[in-house]
Design a protein around this ligand. Sequence first.
Ligand SMILES: [Zn+2]
Length: 386
Amino acid sequence: MLLLGAAGLLASGAARAAGVSRATLTQEGHRTRLALGLEGNVPWELAAQAEPPALLLDLPRGAWRGATALAGAGCVTSLRVSNTRHGTRLTLLLTGPIATPRVQSRDNLLMLDLRPGGGPAFARMAAAGRLAHSPEPARRQTASLPLVILDPGHGGRDPGAIGAHGTHEKRITLAVAHELKRQLEAAGLCRVGLTRSRDVFIPLAQRVEVARRHQAALFLSIHADSAPPESARLARGASVYTLGETASDALAAALAKQENLADKAGGLRLPSVPPEVLSILFSLMRQETRAGSERLARLVVAALDDETAMLPHSHRRAGFVVLKAPDVPAALVELGFLSHPQDEEALGKPAHRARLAAALVQAVHGYLARQQQASLVGAAPGAGLP
Ligand SMILES: [Zn+2]
């Protein structure tokens, strides 16, 4: 089974299949026991609250499948379920301070044993923050996941397009990239890197190098469009770009002519063969990368089409520098037109950006699933995927 995101990630979208199937609250003498049946790897986090005295158990959004309230027992007055910004929260209101809870987590069962305790010790517990949390997933598993590089367009002294109401493209692209990273990591099927995580200027070539140096599985550049004033009222909707055929051929040709090809291709392990063979190998690799980019773009168009207005001929081709890595499939998505008032307003809303990010998650997952299949059936690198 594929692992969930790192523990402590209680973001929405995590553990859609995993959840809490049942909950019981029982009393035996001085001990009150909360038992939760966990299906799958549900990440959880336990903390104490001083006033009113309570225990807080945080779960991913949607993980809770029990009733929204449970009657109290022993030192628990009541159990309430609520939604917070980070997910679902179980609040166990207590009759008074308790001793440090005994937490047992095994065989899909999470048990909290509670006993009354001293006030000062409970206050310290509440001040300490997190009391206990689900076990961290193994580091190795995470390291072997494919790497997705997200490239928030522009930044720093380069604001990108500026909307009719002053929205800077660089802010929208960064906000979407952060949201997309969060959602992808919560789903746990890939690792995610950003070419920039702050408002800084990064040259285009450097953005491509990040993806190549880390042998990324794919590169997704995130932008928002702008149309000239005369068509600002008309042009709207999202579109996706891949590298144009002629542009990439020209690049391949130019690169192939370089005498220091291996060095220019940085990190490519090219066999020592005659230059003409090398040129063929290079062109095969470029072809495979192009096929991957095209597939990625088709998936992005299909996913976005359900969520937002699309520009006619949504899949376009052009010679964007950030799409020119010969060995990393890449696409550039324009999420809408900042020059169009409705698009600008929508892109300014976190909820709209979250929906766009969710659509992009779908596309990325679709791409990676197919890629994994291909490598499972033993498609040799360079053999060219259909
Ligand atoms: Zn842009």
